[in-house]
Design a protein around this ligand. Sequence first.
Ligand SMILES: Cc1ncc(COP(=O)(O)O)c(C=O)c1O
Length: 473
Amino acid sequence: MKTVFEKSSAEIKGMEMPAPQVEKHIFAEGLLRDGLRLPELSEQEVARHYTALSKRAFGVDDGFYPLGSCTMKYNPKLHEKLAALAGFADVHPLTRADKIQGSLALIDTLNSYLCGITGMDAFTTQPCAGAHGEFLGLLLIKAYHASRGDGARTKVIIPDSAHGTNPASAVMAGFEVVHAGTDASGDIDLDALRALVGADTAALMLTNPSTLGLFEKNVLKIAEIVHDAGGLMYYDGANLNAVAGVVRPGDMGFDVVHLNLHKTFSAPHGGGGPGAGPVGCKKALVPFLPNPRIADTDEGFRFNYGKRSAGRVSAFYGNFGVLVKALAYIVTLGGEGIAQASETAVLNANYLREKMSLHYPIDTSRPCMHEFVVSMKKLKDDTGVTANDVAKALIDRGIHPPTIYFPLIVEEAMMFEPTETETKEGLDRAAEAFGEIVRLAYADPAAVKRAPVTTPIGRPDEAAAARHPVLVG
Ligand SMILES: Cc1ncc(COP(=O)(O)O)c(C=O)c1O
């Protein structure tokens, strides 16, 4: 598609600059541009250009978006309006605390709700993404061990089903990563874990439900093993959408947690942002939270600077607009509504999995949580059609591909997360589209391998496209 500059025509006058209201200023030699090339297009052409561009993207508002692990749920539009209120959106982050009491109250209120939802004692909203939160959480753990003179705790145990950001964050925070194996049912192998923990264990990082969409039923036992060895439990809260309002990481034995507000708490995301990955912790780690902390004092909300802080991870207080949306979501749903959302997310995932299993062998013997993983290995062995091909064919049927080839421990993995906001009719349509593709794979595999045929481009070199994007032409 041509850019607005390429569409520009000398024949058309795009805009007229208003007559200057001030006296003409003579700039010094060399400071003047020799021209400003703005595209010349009519208003209608500009409207058509941007409308056409918007149609080349696919978002939650376009159709079903079951991207596993990403919780692409519907985001109420009212939240945008609230985040855009001038009193929130136009505040300069360097404004004095006494002039922004409302914004500070909002962060403080959100922190206390997040404590209630997770069973933690305090929160910080500084991290701007899940991985950013992981990094901070691990710095807290490091500072905690160091404060006890326990600097030998250099290893972080991470299950082989974990999201890639977990080991990356651990390494960035200066730890060595040790992989914990999972057993045939996808749970952490307890005997192997007992053999792994020791005086060098700093923490175990876990998401529950796991990236296989399964609730780790031994979580209390795992926490006991890690705590007995002197390590801490880190909760990757990216999968909280299955359990929010039902169980709390704090009650499962976790000491530190990050949440992805851009998933569970309904901030629109994709394409790299915007996000928020607030971190909560138990009392023993509170002194290490980043500065400044917001304190509710007799004179109102004030900034506090703790002496033992593990450091600051954001210039200010995080992605404030996302915090507004998350609080709006929590307040709108309330405790019961949040639990209901989680239960519906789990119900929808189980329903979709059952429906899809009518078309393709899927093990449904153990209930899944908010997402589930299907291996397309049999389809590949039988027909040559891969998980990637099925994902591409879903695009032609108006469905965003699920996550594919993750988690790494499942061959030809496709991970579906329908979320609670999809209707039964939408789920039925998705299961039918999946079945249609499976049938086509057996009848005419080449047709599936040609997909997608309804998009401007079909099969780019995805690694090259991400690393060397060509944004024009
Ligand atoms: C399980 C899990 N952990 C961590 C992350 C990282 O979150 P973010 O993408 O906000 O950095 C994700 C993101 O998909 C995730 O699914």
